[in-house]
Design a protein around this ligand. Sequence first.
Ligand code: ZN
Length: 198
Amino acid sequence: MDLYSGYINNLIEELSALPGIGTKSAQRLAFYLINQPKESVERLASAMTEAKAQVRYCSECFTLTDRDKCPICANENRDHRTIMVVENSRDLAAYEKTGKYNGVYHVLHGAISPMLGIGPGDIRLKELIERLQHDVDEVIIATNSSLEGETTAMYISKLIKPSGIKVSRIASGVPVGGDLENIDEMTLLRALEGRVEL
Ligand code: ZN
């Protein structure tokens, strides 16, 4: 039995496909939206389609940006010879918030996970190796301390080692299985300062 109109059902279905939104939340959001003025719903819809149309990957570090190069890569005052490797743009933002890191980043967009069938070719690793053809002094691996993050860190260090470029891993202190984005700035800074060479 269909309780609602097809349009509402469709809206609920689309909303419940979003991460962290169950059927109940999707219903609440759907009815909220229906009761909003037309203009505010249109603003939301166009914010989504415009973001999708304009946002792209930085041609250097692969973080999300709306220009060819993100503001960090375009900044000549940053140390372009130090590259911090992170799993996603949210981790990059967490380190940027500390205001104490002056190098650049490389965003992998994931981590190696044999269990989930995610291999080295599924993340932006090839692009990282290409960047190392230019002058680079140090690669700081700041993947999460989850099993996937550690596997990825090991893989990257083995890959880079032969080139003679210094490879380091942020110190533990970041709790095991912890998402970088949920960790406070002091802990992030300690982890960065206490990094060990691999
Ligand atoms: Zn960039």
